[in-house]
Design a protein. Structure first.
Lengths: 285, 258
């Protein structure tokens, strides 16, 4: 039987002392964020399914074809069965089985935007989806504010997350890209800090999460009445809805790469450090 | 290979368990009440940042070429059809409940009151938006004429349409007479009007003739169509399932500012 996990991690505990990498606040807010983002994504797709089309501008509804840049729908195919179609700008894709038409939980082919296995709740239920979404929107905001305020006060954001100018040199970025491509992960002293790609990824996802909150608030009619500047900034309510959708999938893309890197860099050490804070720096090369 | 297969089986199994677990949680009454607690926080927040804030108003150039009619698009009761055929000349809006002077107002009287015209964006709970022009008297003006008693907490809008649900909102909901309610902050908000005119023309039947509420800082379902009466009340008891509106009775937020 083969295993992907190196023997040293499972059988022999490392002899050297572990490096205290993640503060308690970072760890708590990280896992709270994981829960909030997962619920918000799944309930958000439930909400999207109530009107699976996106527009640019202030308004947009069924008749506004010219403003609609994305739509997911079902049309009868040549054999009479419904076919799922997804249009992005001028490009039309057959997405039967996943988008537009998919099997519901009981295996029945159903016309629906995103499939049941990715929405919360799994059946079409906009009201319940909204309940989940707006509860966890508060969780995301309060958790995010806790992290940001804590990170500013402790210096964590400045020291660990935000890249400094020197790190942004093209040669430094190129060097880090080559190390990543070769799957050479920092060891020893060098592993005590994040390198430029990691810093860019983490500060980028923080920006994306802030963008999610702001575009979300823009869609709220009461919030829009109080803060007109938000919809002016995003170019209108329907533009904000489009950006909300794009930013959501950008966060999913971040998570895919993030989890992949954790798996490649040694999942037990990485996940332990985000739970207990303790990280094995490994032998310096 | 074996490991991969076994792992993917475990993944699918765990995914299925997680999904059914989430669904069970979604309909667990305790969980529902926890999730619903966010509605109060949202309402307090939005009242804090803009209790008297005005919804954005647009120019004619910004208007939607087609304003989608949603929800009930017609009413088939004999009474309504008779009024509709006679252009609502004998129709009266009843204002009663916790008021000093109950009113019975004709369309001509509503048109003779001071009018407000506003071009606003209508945001449906489903996600789409449409910009239209609405004209009618301010609700606050009518309520002042009726003399709202200090005990009144909500204005309840009683409608003519018997609605049976909407596929995009979760399938076939139980049918019921449409109704909605707003608090006194929204009732006396300057942009809360009783619209008899839309985009410069007499309000059409699909859009709620003869009278439709405009409550611009909330989602579309609060904008009750086919308004027949306004009742001032101190609680939602005795109306529908007691949640203050047709959609709130079916799980949607009563405070639809988000």
């Amino acid at each position: 039987m083969t295993t992907a996990i190196p023997m040293s991690e499972t059988m022999a505990p490392p002899q050297r002392p572990l490096f205290y990498r993640h503060a308690l606040l970072t760890r708590l807010t990280h896992w709270t964020n994981v829960l909030a983002v997962a619920v918000l994504l799944m309930s958000g797709l439930q909400i999207f399914n109530a009107h699976p089309g996106l527009y640019w501008g202030q308004y947009g509804a069924d008749a506004d074809v010219g403003k609609r840049w994305l739509e997911i729908g079902a049309i009868p195919g040549p054999d009479g069965a419904m076919a799922g179609k997804t249009r992005i700008g001028p490009l039309m894709f057959d997405t039967t089985g996943v988008l537009g038409v998919s099997n519901n939980g009981d295996g029945v082919s159903t016309a629906i935007g995103f499939p049941h296995w990715i929405t919360l709740p799994s059946a079409r239920d906009l009201a319940t989806g909204r309940r989940w979404h707006f509860f966890f929107a508060w969780v995301l905001i309060l958790n995010g504010l806790t992290y940001l305020v804590g990170g500013i006060v402790s210096g964590h954001l400045r020291k660990d997350i935000v890249p400094d100018l020197a790190e942004l040199r093209p040669s430094n970025i190129a060097h880090d890209i080559v190390s990543h491509a070769k799957l050479q992960f920092p060891k020893g002293e060098d592993a005590k800090r994040y390198h430029i790609l990691q810093k860019l990824a983490y500060s980028g996802v923080i920006v994306l999460l802030i963008l999610m909150v702001l575009t979300g608030l823009t869609m709220s009619p009461s919030n829009d009445a109080a803060w007109h500047w938000l919809s002016e900034m995003f170019g209108g309510r329907q533009s904000a809805r489009s950006i909300h959708f794009i930013a959501a999938w950008s966060i999913v893309a971040f998570v895919v790469v993030h989890v992949l890197m954790v798996l490649l860099a040694g999942p037990i050490n990485q996940i332990r450090s985000m739970i207990t804070g303790r990280f094995d720096l490994g032998d310096a090369a | 290979m074996t490991i991969l297969t076994r792992r993917s089986l475990v993944t699918v199994g765990a995914g299925g368990l997680l999904l059914s677990g989430c669904d069970k949680l979604s309909y667990n009454p305790k969980m529902v009440s926890v999730l619903e607690s966010a509605e109060g926080a949202t309402e307090r927040w939005q009242r804090l940042i803009g209790r008297n804030a005005l919804a954005r108003e647009f120019s004619e150039a910004d208007m939607s070429p087609v304003f989608k009619a949603n929800g009930s698009r017609s009413v088939d009761t004999d009474d309504y059809l008779a009024h509709s055929e006679s252009d609502f000349v004998d129709w009266r809006l009843k204002v009663d409940g916790l008021v000093a002077r109950p009113l019975s107002l004709s369309l001509a009287q509503l048109r003779a009151a001071p009018q407000r015209t506003q071009i606003t964006r209508h945001d449906c709970v489903e996600g789409w938006s449409a910009i239209g022009k609405w004209t009618g008297p301010q609700l606050g003006h009518i309520l002042k004429a009726a003399g709202v008693l200090p005990t009144a907490r909500y204005a309840m809008f009683l409608c003519a349409d018997n609605y049976g649900g909407e596929a995009s909102k979760g399938g076939d909901q139980s049918a019921g007479l449409y109704y909605e309610s707003i608090d006194m902050v929204d009732a006396f908000h300057p942009q809360t009007i009783l619209a008899h005119t839309m985009n410069g023309e007499t309000l059409s039947v699909p859009h709620g003739a003869p009278l439709r509420l405009r409550v611009e800082r909330q989602l579309g379902y609060k904008h009750a169509k086919y308004v027949m009466g306004i009742r001032l009340v101190d609680s939602f008891k005795g109306f529908g399932a007691g949640k203050g509106g047709y959609w709130p009775d079916r799980g949607y937020e009563w405070f639809a500012g988000i």
